[in-house]
Design a binder for this molecule. Structure first.
Ligand code: TEU
Ligand code: CA
Length: 544
């Protein structure tokens, strides 16, 4: 059985391009991160997950890897990275790397050799005829190569060619890469879209979809993960692993991340982040469906618990809009709703992930012109949506709600020019609200969102219940409250969240042995029979 030593751990996700620029070229870098380690230690986190930072032409901001053994020069040298690992270690922080193993950049030497060498051709998926599968970034998932008179598969951008995991040489190379980084001192890995690595034996048109059902969660993925585990990270009981699971199911995730298994420690799934997709389409807008959100969180919490599987808890990442702009209120109730959302997710059963800037309530980018966007997916969909006949204004509206760039604007450190991220114009412009929303201001304010996150992390360390307690949903049918309890034989923690901007009557009975351990209103008081706008109350009942 695996050791579940990470139940008390919290992970902080850094998007290196946007975190902190130390050499004034407008791009974040390793030295910038090093300069902020004291801040992260103050926050109390245990691991830093660095988004893909290997050598890359940066078509998809590093998710198009050219060389898995080299760090991208924009971020620094190998020595700089090693310094980051050792400086982090001094502060009891482990570094996790992002392994993009479903595909490589077409500039990777394997792909270049594939065009002339049969051995390397078999590293990728070349076919004489394409299928009707669609790329996740729009358009066909196949690209014609005149040199070979064949098409190669790319589930993402055409510069991201899917690897052929069926080829044992490919798997062997990837195992070598993981081991290499473990030797350097990396303590964890996030595996990018890892449930897409298994492709079907026969490639066919998908008669009723975009192809995803034919390459998602194929049974062979479990075999591949077991092999990777056994031959690399599984050899160290200290290495933490999380798999990103695209369009997955609970049943599959139980297999990927159950205690008795030997695949991964935990998984990300995205079902709860699609509750504002109209017709299940990211590019069609609708207000978020609260009941659906609640039901999904419930089903996954209970489902994973029942089967002794472990999950990552998160609202945000570098592919998502900012949560306070999405499920909260980034204006009048900015502070209250950011805190409520934080408590809501952190106290569930699983390992919390904080995405940079979330801890100060960073909001969506509010970009209004296409020239301000950087993300390849956004730029592609700008064209696609316009071709579908939508007006410029409508397309820009949709991008402003859904673009991945919403989560990629630079970290807001202080109110000086460029948010303290850099002294020069950053690669993507800073959100002008850095004047009000920034780390420095919140460090000085005990009532800030930042201090609230710090408190949440401390609570996880302090109460075993939060790490281990059984999860049970409360108020499942209530249209406005998300509530749950975590309990063991002796004690119980209750979390009550108001997801709306109006007061609601609360029929919850506080007992005599119950005390409030966290709330987001200055005067928390358990005689109140209502929850105020976006209020969260966390209480504990102890039997001793
Ligand atoms: O993302 C996988 C993925 O499918 C989505 O999050 C995707 O960005 C979204 O669904 C599109 O609407 C991972 C990485 O996190 C992302 O940054 C990469 O672009 C992608 O894989 C390809 O490597
Ligand atoms: Ca820099």
């Amino acid at each position: 059985m695996k050791r579940l030593y990470f139940k008390d751990k919290v992970v902080y996700q850094i998007y290196p391009k946007s975190f902190c620029d130390s050499n004034q070229d407008g791009i974040g870098d390793f030295h910038g991160i090093i300069s902020k380690l004291d801040y992260l230690q103050f926050l109390g986190i245990d691991y830093i997950w660095l988004n893909a930072c290997f050598d890359s032409p940066q078509k998809d901001n590093g998710y198009d890897v050219r060389d898995y053994y080299k760090m991208d020069a924009d971020y620094g040298t190998m020595e700089d990275f090693q310094e980051l690992c050792s400086e982090a270690k001094k502060r009891n922080i482990g570094i996790m790397l992002d392994m993009v193993f479903n595909h490589t950049s077409t500039q990777h030497s394997w792909f270049k050799q594939a065009l002339t060498d049969k051995e390397y051709e078999d590293f990728y998926i070349f076919k004489d005829k394409p299928t009707n599968w669609q790329s996740k970034f729009g358009g066909s998932a196949w690209k014609y190569v005149p040199e070979l008179n064949k098409y190669y598969l790319h589930l993402f951008d055409e510069t991201q060619a899917d690897l052929n995991w069926e080829n044992s040489k490919v798997r062997h190379e990837l195992i070598k890469i993981v081991k290499h980084w473990m030797q350097i001192g990396v303590e964890g890995f996030r595996f990018d879209v890892v449930n897409l690595i298994g492709k079907p034996e026969i490639f066919m048109d998908d008669e009723c979809g975009d192809g995803r059902r034919m390459y998602t969660d194929q049974p062979i993925v479990h075999t591949y993960l077991q092999e990777l585990n056994k031959q690399s990270f599984g050899q160290s009981d200290k290495t933490i692993t999380v798999g990103e699971m695209s369009s997955t199911t609970l049943k599959q995730c139980v297999k990927y991340a159950c205690e008795e298994g030997n695949e991964l420690d935990m998984v990300f799934n995205f079902h709860h982040l699609k509750v504002d997709y109209k017709n299940n389409d990211k590019w069609q807008l609708k207000p978020f469906n609260f009941m659906q959100l609640k039901k999904l969180l419930h089903d996954w919490q209970v489902g994973m618990q029942t089967h002794h599987a472990w999950m990552a808890l998160f609202w945000s990442n570098h592919d998502q809009p900012r949560v306070v702009s999405r499920f909260g209120n980034d204006q009048e109730y900015h502070k209250q709703s950011a805190k409520m959302l934080a408590a809501c997710i952190h106290l569930m059963r699983g390992t919390p992930f904080i995405y940079q800037g979330e801890e100060i309530g960073m909001t969506n980018a509010n970009l209004t012109e296409i020239s301000q966007y950087r993300d390849v997916e956004s730029l592609n969909y700008y064209e696609i949506l316009k071709q579908q006949g939508l007006s410029e204004d409508e397309v820009l509206l949709r991008l402003s709600k859904r673009s991945r760039d919403n989560g990629r604007t630079v970290m807001q450190w202080n109110h000086s020019m460029y948010a303290g991220f850099s002294e020069v114009n950053p690669w993507i412009e800073a959100n002008p609200n850095y004047h009000e929303i920034n780390v420095e201001a919140q460090l000085h304010d005990q009532d800030s969102i930042l201090h609230f996150y710090r408190k949440l992390i401390q609570l996880r360390k302090q109460y075993k219940l939060i790490q281990d307690g059984t999860f049970e949903m409360l108020y499942l049918e209530h249209p406005q409250i998300l509530g749950y309890r975590r309990f063991d034989n002796l004690n119980e923690v209750t979390v009550l969240c108001n997801f709306y901007d109006s007061d609601i009557k609360l029929d919850y009975q506080f007992s005599d042995n119950e005390s409030i351990i966290l709330s987001n209103y200055v005067e928390a008081n358990n005689t109140n029979k209502e929850l105020r706008p976006y209020e969260v109350i966390v209480s504990i009942k102890t039997s001793v």
